[in-house]
Design a protein around this ligand. Structure first.
Ligand SMILES: [Zn+2]
Length: 113
């Protein structure tokens, strides 16, 4: 149900922007999804078709742009991009790492008419 609340949130933001722009219809939403976020595109798309019904966003297209994940080593502070399932630091081999980027999910822009 994680994606359901995300999708509702998304709709609220999109509608607010569309109304401010005086749009009649939202045609497309451009989303940025970090590789490390737990958001599943297909689930968002599924819920989107439900929540967007009978709103300005009905029938709009969701466009997902994936951004790579990056990690920071707690041993040497090296920041490196995630390479498959290998979480170990390439500089020192430490595997105590934290997420430095790529865990976001945000609405980049909307297209209206
Ligand atoms: Zn390191």
């Amino acid at each position: 149900m994680h994606e359901f609340s995300i999708t509702q949130n998304l709709l609220e933001i999109a509608l607010r922007h569309a109304e401010k722009a005086g749009a009649h219809h939202i045609t497309r939403l451009n989303l940025v999804v970090g590789e490390l976020s737990s958001v599943i595109d297909e689930s968002v798309q599924f819920y989107w078709d439900i929540v967007a019904r009978d709103t300005l966003a009905e029938g709009s297209e969701l466009c997902f742009e994936r951004v790579p994940g990056s990690l920071r080593c707690l041993g040497c502070s090296n920041v490196f991009s995630l390479n498959g399932r290998d979480y170990a630091c390439p500089a020192c081999g430490e595997n105590q790492v934290v997420v430095a980027g790529g865990d976001e999910f945000r609405l980049e822009s909307i297209e209206v008419e």
